[in-house]
Design a protein around this ligand. Sequence first.
Ligand code: ADP
Length: 191
Amino acid sequence: MNNLTTQTEIKNTVVELIRADITEQNVDAIVNAANAHLAGGGGVDGAIHRRGGTSIMQETREKYPNGCPTGSAVATKAGNLPAKYVFHAVGPRWNNGTNGEPEKLHSAYKTCLELAVKHQCKSIAFPSISTGVYGYPIDQAAKIAIQTVIDFLNNKETETKFTLQLVRFCLFSENDLNVYADILQSQTKQS
Ligand code: ADP
């Protein structure tokens, strides 16, 4: 795994796609695809808590006893993982696509990007939020994920507190990687 496929630059920030396990990423922040109770689950969430250790769950319980609403994200430290922070993002469960799923997915990604700036992160890695157990169709989810990052970087203010130099998408399958690569290519051509 870990084969780098696509890299592009938007206003001095690198956007890249790799096939990789997000728990192994040596970046300032990794994003978790969490549930609204921050209760732990399978998929990315299970991998993060397994490898990161119990301190992550302890911190979410202490700081966010009421969980996190769908479409938002909260930050903790990253325990034993190479990253400094985990941003627990709650994407929507797919339900026909007519129940606000696109807006919620967009806002989950955007909140993570804002948290990255707030925590002065230089690098952040995202999984493909909502496209596992939550059933969001990968092509539709990838368009939102990538467009949210492109818009965020294009609209950033040129202030010194903007530290983000790398936004990485860690895809878990070759198919997901190919879908993201096609969309990144077409969306950066347009912008
Ligand atoms: P959700 O509940 O938001 O759909 P999942 O964790 O079920 O979240 O899946 C989101 C995506 O993350 C899926 O494409 C899944 O294959 C992928 N995934 C699972 N484990 C990892 C991991 N360790 N690193 C990166 N991606 C992962």
